[in-house]
Design a protein around this ligand. Sequence first.
Ligand SMILES: O=C(O)[C@H](O)[C@@H](O)[C@@H](O)[C@H](O)CO
Ligand SMILES: [Mg+2]
Length: 382
Amino acid sequence: MKITRLTTYRVPPRWMLLKIETDEGVTGWGEPVIEGRARTVEAAVHELSDYLVGKDPGRINDLWQTMYRAGFYRGGPILMSAIAGVDQALWDIKGKVLGQPVYELLGGLVRDRMKTYSWVGGDRPAELIAGIGALREAGFDTFKMNGTEELGIIDNARKIDQAVARVAEVRAKFGSEIEFGVDFHGRVSAPMAKVLLRELEPYRPLFVEEPVLAEQDEYYRALADATSIPLAAGERMYSRFDFKRVFERGGLAIVQPDLSHAGGITECVKIAAMAEAHDIAFAPHCPLGPVALASCLQVDFVAHNAVLQEQSMGIHYNQGAELLDYVKNKEDFLLSSGWIRPLPKPGLGVEIDEERVIEASRAATDWRNPVWRHADGSVAEW
Ligand SMILES: O=C(O)[C@H](O)[C@@H](O)[C@@H](O)[C@H](O)CO
Ligand SMILES: [Mg+2]
């Protein structure tokens, strides 16, 4: 079997889907994308096709190593997202050829169902009580919210009090019948993270995510030593080589690689195993589309230390399309009280409605995250 063509579709809300075709009629789907840089990743995918067209799609490990190493420069969000989407599609093809879901090819199920969580509150955390209340109706009990709005490197007590009050209100309303992560979203500096973590401790968030920016990962250890709240990060780390330094220095209780940013299934299975060796939990980041989520789930069901799966149903970014809009087998993504079962179909287990994708790609906009600014006019972390 040989790879014959790579086709990319940028689609609302901000995703990109990749179809890899072969000379035997088997096709695989991937979701290579960096939110806000879809066209850049698209160019990277088509540059990588030089290594792929004419090759055997079954040699996933060799194709992965070639894509990663043969171009001399490596790593980072663009290249690793391009590799991720190709990798997902290659696993999809392999599973379809062998008539097995990817998790079977990776050694079989390690669990029977996977716990997911939902976003509430939007970019500027608000309406948290209403948002949680609505999802509680649907049986969810685990959520994530942004912790702050713009926050200065050193900021005032009022901003801290506002952030704490939102979390306190949630805990007061729902007690311990729910759990929630608080995403600092890289908006918080190391000194302010130390202050905010201490103030949030009484409300026992399940975790605090991106307590500082990934480029400040040397602070994870000190922050972890100063708080009992489990720290989580990973969406802006792109390979084993980024994670290894974090594992060596310590501080993270949960790693959250994104299956569409960190090299795909081949790489994230390895990251999960490295994390397990350090007694660190695995909770893939996934504010994206159905192929990304299916890829996460294929790894969740073989990784012993997988604990939570992010999924984007109802996320504030999904304007213009929802998680399963491009999927034919919606029933396979059935969330029952926040739990999801293994996807039973061959490959990634997701059946893409290509006609819908092609139609939607005609109206694809170039999504960008907002540019936030502080009161003094300087750029603020979004
Ligand atoms: O935890 C999450 O989902 C992420 O922080 C998410 O908000 C960002 O990755 C966003 O998708 C970037 O455009
Ligand atoms: Mg996050």
